[in-house]
Design a protein. Structure first.
Length: 254
């Protein structure tokens, strides 16, 4: 059976410790999907020059942030890696194998901690090459699609809207109008299957200049769209956080 493709808007790292509507939705999502053979995760937090894929048997849990409580730094997600899947992903995308430099960043473990809390599904992370165009990232997602036939759940972790500079740290602030506008635009085009349009210039889309000031959190969504093919979407979660983030979560093929 073909495995699904999932995008999670991960938001604040503190969700790793939280029990709220968003984290409960992640838990329900994991249960509804069942346990895949393995997981390939494309996280916003492994973004830079070139692209690598984690190739180690036991990846470390990376705490790639600062200014949070010690309790968050104590979290570990001890899922095994899968060198075999890493080699397969590298063959499909041209990524290099990483045996030492990375592991599970919080874009992966803060999400998977709720979806698969037993940490018993092998996980591999694929980095995002900052030099590629959005269309090229969409194409990489399409290149990964054969993994679905091999029981691999493809997971993108980022945010459809992510503007940390304009975030409001008060409780439950109203989302900015541009946040709502861009999020709605993405929802509409996704439901219409217009993925190539979403791989265009986000700054020319409604609300896009503020919604996507940097591409790192947006690009994982394009990997998911590429791997989704013609499968219809369902929305596992919809909502906003800190006024300047969309927490939209998408599932294809489940």
């Amino acid at each position: 059976m073909k495995a699904p493709v999932v995008f999670v808007g991960h938001g604040n790292p503190m969700h790793a410790l939280a029990d709220n509507a968003f984290t409960r939705a992640l838990g329900a999502l994991g249960k509804s999907l069942g346990k895949p053979k393995s997981i390939l995760c494309v996280s916003a937090h492994w973004y830079g020059g070139g692209a690598s894929v984690t190739h180690m048997e036991k990846p470390e849990t990376i705490h790639d942030f600062g200014g949070f409580p010690d309790e968050l730094f104590a979290v570990r997600y001890p899922a095994p890696g899968s060198p075999k899947l890493a080699e397969r992903a590298a063959a499909l995308t041209g990524a290099t194998l990483d045996d030492a430099d990375w592991g599970f960043d919080h874009g992966a473990w803060a999400v998977l901690k709720h979806m698969y809390p037993e940490a018993d599904v092998p996980v591999v992370q694929l980095g995002i090459d900052a030099a590629l165009s959005p269309a090229a990232h969409l194409a990489r997602g399409r290149a990964l699609a054969p993994l679905r036939e091999e029981g691999v759940l493809i997971l993108g972790s980022g945010n459809v809207v992510h503007n940390l500079r304009l975030a409001k740290w008060t409780a439950h602030p109203e989302p900015y109008a541009w946040n709502v506008e861009f999020d709605a635009h993405v929802k509409t085009l996704t439901e219409q299957g217009k993925f190539d349009e979403l791989a265009g210039d986000t700054s020319s889309m409604p609300g896009g200049q503020a919604a996507v000031p940097t591409p790192d959190h947006w690009l994982p969504y394009l990997y998911v769209l590429g791997a989704a093919g013609k499968d219809p979407v369902r929305w596992a979660y919809e909502g906003f956080e800190m006024a300047s983030m969309s927490m939209r979560c998408a599932v294809f093929g489940a």
